[in-house]
Write a protein that binds this ligand. Structure first.
Ligand code: 5GP
Ligand code: ZN
Length: 146
């Protein structure tokens, strides 16, 4: 599907809904998040509708990162408060995805901004090498299928 009329990001890309744009090319569009974590919070969005990372091809996925990286550098030089940047993708509702048109968040950060990841109890306990190797093997087995 090129464009989904029920998708807010498709409507923004088609200029059928308002947004504050910062970048556009034949593959991706970047605009300000309507609920910024901090001023300068941007979204890099594939022009072609893709509900999840699984629907984003290698070329589009890598271009999302290329543009996200350029925007991160631009934010640092913009005069906005930007001492650091988080790039992240929420892929799936369990990961916090709320708009099902895949996108890369570019979030300017500064100390004390109140944003952060919430870690589960026992997070910093680490894992045994045997457990890490077993998990790595499961992922490798899937990669080898492709
Ligand atoms: P997600 O939770 O899917 O990773 O992120 C969706 C993001 O899209 C949220 O940060 C939310 O604020 C933003 N968003 C939702 N609706 C709109 C909209 O209509 N316009 C813009 N610019 N951003 C939106
Ligand atoms: Zn869409």
């Amino acid at each position: 599907m090129m464009s989904d009329p029920s998708c807010i990001f498709c409507r923004i890309i088609a200029d059928q809904a308002e947004a504050s744009f910062v970048y556009r090319d034949e593959t991706v569009t970047a605009f300000m998040d309507i609920n910024p974590i901090n001023p300068g919070h941007l979204l890099v969005v594939p022009n072609r509708h893709a509900s999840s990372l699984g629907e984003v091809n290698d070329e589009v996925g890598s271009h999302m990162f290329v543009v996200g990286r350029k925007l991160a550098l631009a934010l640092r030089r913009s005069g906005l408060r930007c001492d650091g940047v988080n790039l992240f993708v929420a892929d799936g509702a369990a990961a916090g995805q709320t708009v099902f048109h895949s996108h890369l968040h570019v979030v300017p950060r500064h100390a004390g901004d109140g944003f952060g990841f919430h870690f589960p109890p026992g997070y910093a306990r680490g894992a045994s090498r045997a457990d890490l190797d077993a998990v790595a093997n499961r992922v490798c087995a899937v990669l080898e299928e492709n």
